[in-house]
Design a protein around this ligand. Structure first.
Ligand code: ADP
Length: 590
């Protein structure tokens, strides 16, 4: 092995360096896109990557770069990858790494860092920080590469850790001096390899499959719950066969929407609350019994409910309650085995159970439709999103990214999805600042039109990425539903200093001007007809487009559908819900 710090170049040997080796390793592993924010010491990594045919997408904030890469990970099932500079860039990039880990999405963060000896001696380097040791706490795995020869191994370990089991975020620390190390190209070529089978199938035990199917067969009122793990698993055909052969109602968590089209006759979304309270056996496919599902207990659920839980992560079982039939396996392999078992031992849910849900859904949908199709102005979230629904109903292949409180909850309920992995939103943590970077990741990954739907508050976290959308001419239509505040715009200052309330933002702001500033198509909409027209234009043109929608400042509910998570002041509620917006067709949280 040549010295990593080779200073001589014997004969006519061609040399390579750490930066080229990173790029070569990425290419060998099929990583053809890189998101990032460059600076010392990684600028040339991005330049070299671009020069070698990797598409480099430079965003305006490291958190956005990470979220764009994470979106690519969810959509493709392969780790997206992003690059940040040292210390502050690193810290900004940690947020999406942790978020991806919470979501169970594969992503790799590479960050430049200081030379290790300067950090270990605390000598006060430029942007000096012990990044590797901080990153460990927020990542599924972390590696620091001290020798150029270890670059291929670091990537292999990172790709494997990010994609196998429950996917997550992995950190690779690239000290600047290591990036500058050199070695003979011929020796580097020998070291670089493509990872073999990075996410091996996890086959469940026969006995767990049998126990699960026997429990299902005992159900009077079975329910199938699809989560984003099921969407991620790319087991679309197996899941469709399972749901349809059992004939049970199903519910889809937010990012599992479209795994089966939302207009599927077994979709119980419009009667969600009652279906959950009545179901006696629930099959959880890639959905966690976390806060979004009331931890699988409490008044949301039938007190006698029994769960069949399919998850790739054995530690997820019994996470918050007793699980009667755990099945530890990957969803594709597991549901295939379910289908084989059911072919030999057919089970069909009582059609009366499904029929009852269908009838109640029709009544609920009719009530909801009045609000969604209303022409009232100023608009509400309901009729503004109803207008967008008309566009998406005519364009099933559009990706939706979505963030906010009411903008999230009401969009999830109104805008139907027809294809898997086409909806990306605030996710397991319920975070803001993901909408536009997810839109960028989805557009770059698929080339398909994206509608990025934001509340006016949420847009503040990632709005500068409009410039990125324009710079790369991405087919993204950005929609801001402006009701003038966090949650809504009619809250008052409880003091007398004359400042806006803590929740107040600019009700009459022209957010679309930011798109105009960078050369995109910019519209201001005050009616549902205008919203539909402009959003349809954006989608059809596949050009950067922005539609700022003026909503009533009274539209919206404090904390959206999760106001119960707020502590109550001793003086009693200061604001709380808004009667005007209390109607909720599905009562869905997740
Ligand atoms: P949701 O928020 O939609 O309810 P969660 O993110 O809470 O979904 O749950 C997804 C679950 O799916 C996680 O527990 C994760 O371990 C699991 N999972 C992810 N990929 C797979 C897979 N291929 N097979 C089985 N389970 C998976």
């Amino acid at each position: 092995m040549a010295s990593a710090n080779a200073t001589t170049n014997p004969g006519d040997q061609t040399m390579t360096d750490g930066m080229h080796m990173v790029v070569q390793t990425m290419l060998k592993n099929g990583m053809d896109k890189l998101y990032g924010v460059i600076g010392i010491p990684v600028t040339d990594v991005a330049r070299i990557a671009q020069g070698k045919g990797i598409r480099y997408i430079g965003l305006r904030h490291e958190s956005d770069a990470g979220n764009a890469a994470a979106a690519a990970g969810f959509i493709t099932g392969k780790p997206g990858i992003y690059l940040t500079v040292s210390a502050p860039g690193f810290l900004n990039g940690i947020i999406p790494l942790k978020e991806a880990t919470e979501n169970g999405w594969p992503v790799i963060m590479m960050s430049g860092s200081s030379s290790r000896e300067l950090i270990d001696m605390g000598e006060g380097d430029y942007e000096g920080m012990d990044q590797y040791n901080y990153a460990k706490q927020f990542a599924k795995a972390a590696y620091r590469v001290d020798k150029i020869e270890d670059i291929p191994l670091a990537f292999a370990r990172a790709i494997r850790a990010a994609s196998s089991g429950r996917p997550g975020g992995v950190y690779i620390d690239l000290p600047g001096d290591m990036l500058g190390q050199t070695m003979p190209q011929a020796e580097a070529d020998q070291l670089i390899y493509a990872v073999n089978d990075p996410a091996p199938a996890v086959i469940p035990s026969e006995s767990s499959v049998e126990a699960a199917m026997k429990l299902l067969a005992s159900a009077k009122k079975p329910l199938i719950y699809l989560g984003k793990g099921a969407a991620y698993a790319q087991a679309d055909d197996e899941i469709k066969q399972f749901v349809e052969s059992v004939g049970a109602p199903y519910l889809a968590m937010s990012m599992a929407k479209g795994l089966l089209p939302d207009d599927h006759p077994q979709n119980a979304a419009s009667d969600r609350g009652a279906t959950m309270r009545e179901a006696d056996v629930v099959v959880m496919l890639g959905a966690r019994l976390n806060w979004m599902l009331g931890f699988g207990k409490g008044k949301q659920w039938n007190p006698d409910v029994k769960f069949i839980q399919v998850d790739i992560d054995p530690q997820e079982i019994d996470n918050s309650r007793y699980i009667a039939a755990p099945v530890v396996g990957d969803i594709k392999s597991t549901v295939k085995l379910f289908n084989e078992y059911l072919a030999a031992h057919p089970f069909k849910a009582d059609p009366a159970w499904m029929q009852g849900i269908v009838e109640k859904s029709e009544a609920s949908n009719a009530k909801f439709a009045t609000r969604v199709n209303s022409t009232e102005v100023p608009m509400t979230h309901y009729n503004a999103l109803g207008a967008i629904k008309k566009v998406t109903d005519a364009n099933h292949d559009v990706y939706i990214t979505n963030e906010g409180a009411n903008a999230l909850d009401i969009c999830r309920d109104i805008v139907d999805m027809y294809l898997p992995r086409h909806r990306l939103d605030c996710g397991t943590w319920g975070v803001m600042g993901v909408g536009l970077p997810y839109a960028i990741g989805a557009a770059v990954t698929t080339g398909k039109p994206v509608i990025s739907i934001h509340g006016d508050s949420a847009f503040g976290f990632d709005g500068m990425e409009v410039e990125t959308v324009c710079r790369y001419n991405l087919p993204v239509t950005v929609v801001v539903l402006n009701n003038g505040g966090v949650y809504r715009g009619d809250f008052e200052n409880l003091g007398n200093d004359g400042d806006p309330s803590p929740l107040t933002l600019s009700a009459k702001g022209h957010y679309e001007k930011i798109m105009e500033a960078f050369g995109g198509q910019a519209y201001y909409a005050t009616t549902p007809e205008e919203v539909e027209k402009y959003v349809a234009e954006g989608v059809a043109s596949k050009k950067p487009t922005m539609v700022c929608c003026e909503l009533s400042i009274h539209s919206g509910k404090e904390s959206g559908h999760i106001s119960y998570l707020n502590p109550q002041p001793v003086t009693g509620p200061l604001a709380g819900g808004n009667e005007m917006e209390d109607l909720n067709a599905t009562g869905q949280i997740g």
